[in-house]
Design a protein around this ligand. Structure first.
Ligand SMILES: Cc1ncc(COP(=O)(O)O)c(C=O)c1O
Length: 303
């Protein structure tokens, strides 16, 4: 994401519109370029950036929009593309959680001007250490990313600009190459697990994930919402279930951003959602029995 933003020319004094309901890396990459993230609220159904709130956040300093395909559900790329085009902004997808997801039948990672994937070990396609990739269709932009990631190098010892040591390392690339052919089957397994969870958690008191009919959600995380989160987490943990919260503190409330003057930012939907979400176990190898065990524990709290 750092390289993608640099490649499109984002830098000091610029603003980049994004969501606060994400992992901090989304905004961190913006801050690392010297630009400022501008957080807008999310859609209460998808938990992704609300395109209806983006236009009012645009200023003369805005350079780009960074939607996150959170939990594996594609953001509303079409309206975002329209806004980006009409205001001359770059659209950069944070696809860290969305390998093999689709928006109107097109793969995420191929729709924005550039897109960024994480291969952190816990991701849908994970390396055995840190790794990531930038994708896109514009060869000139990709060439810039290639140069920046590798010390600004044009030949072995010729450096056209100041770049970065931000390459994927060869061992991680080899591991990813071996795992990539399995991604489709793993994605189908995640989607099947989500359907089973949906079936078993259909009672009152729980909000199961919304899946827009126009997308292929790849369920990096299976996230439910409940007003009884503390009790729910305690019960799940007492039964040995590894439930988590993604993410408990919205970015505008993080000490790192409060220090930068974000204290007055108000994002009511983000704040509400962040206080209610719980991620249930989700990975391809889950068995039917394990999902039933988790669902039963969830339903016990609701009852
Ligand atoms: C939405 C999102 N963006 C960015 C990142 C950053 O990826 P990495 O840890 O590979 O830098 C992550 C995960 O770590 C993420 O979940």
């Amino acid at each position: 994401m750092h390289l993608a933003l640099l490649a499109v020319g984002v830098g000091p004094g610029d603003e980049v519109i994004t969501t606060a309901h994400t992992f901090i890396a989304t905004a961190e990459a913006i801050s690392l370029t010297g630009a400022s993230p501008v957080f807008v609220d999310i859609d209460p159904l998808t938990y992704n950036i609300d395109p209806g709130r983006v236009e009012e956040a645009i200023t003369p300093r805005t350079k780009a929009i960074v939607p996150v395909h959170l939990y594996g559900q594609p953001a509303e790329l079409e309206p975002l593309r329209d806004i980006a085009t009409s205001h001359g902004l770059w659209l950069i997808e944070d696809a860290a959680q969305a390998h093999a997801s689709e928006y109107f039948g097109k793969r995420c990672g191929s729709i924005g001007d550039l897109a960024c994937f994480s291969f952190y070990p816990g991701k849908n396609l994970g390396a055995y250490g840190d790794a990531g990739a930038v994708t896109g269709n514009d060869e000139a932009l990709l060439e810039r990313v290639r140069k920046l990631r590798d010390h600004g190098r044009t030949t072995k010892y010729e450096h056209e600009e100041i770049g970065y040591p931000e390459r994927i390392d060869a061992l991680q690339a080899a591991i990813l190459g071996a795992k990539l052919p399995h991604l489709e089957q793993w994605t189908q397994a995640r989607r099947a697990h989500a359907r089973l969870y949906n079936e078993l958690l259909s009672g009152a008191g729980i909000t199961t994930p919304f899946e827009s009919p126009n997308v292929r959600h790849v369920y990096h995380l299976y996230v439910i919402r409940t007003a009884h989160r503390d009790r729910m987490l305690e019960h799940l943990h007492s039964k040995g279930i590894g439930a988590g919260i993604h993410y408990p503190i919205p970015l505008h409330r993080q000490p790192a951003y409060l220090k930068q003057g974000y204290g007055d930012v108000r994002l009511p939907i983000t704040e509400q959602i962040a206080s209610e979400v719980i991620s249930l176990p989700m990975y391809p190898e889950l068995s039917r029995e394990q999902i039933e065990y988790v669902a039963q524990a969830v339903n016990e709290v609701i009852r």
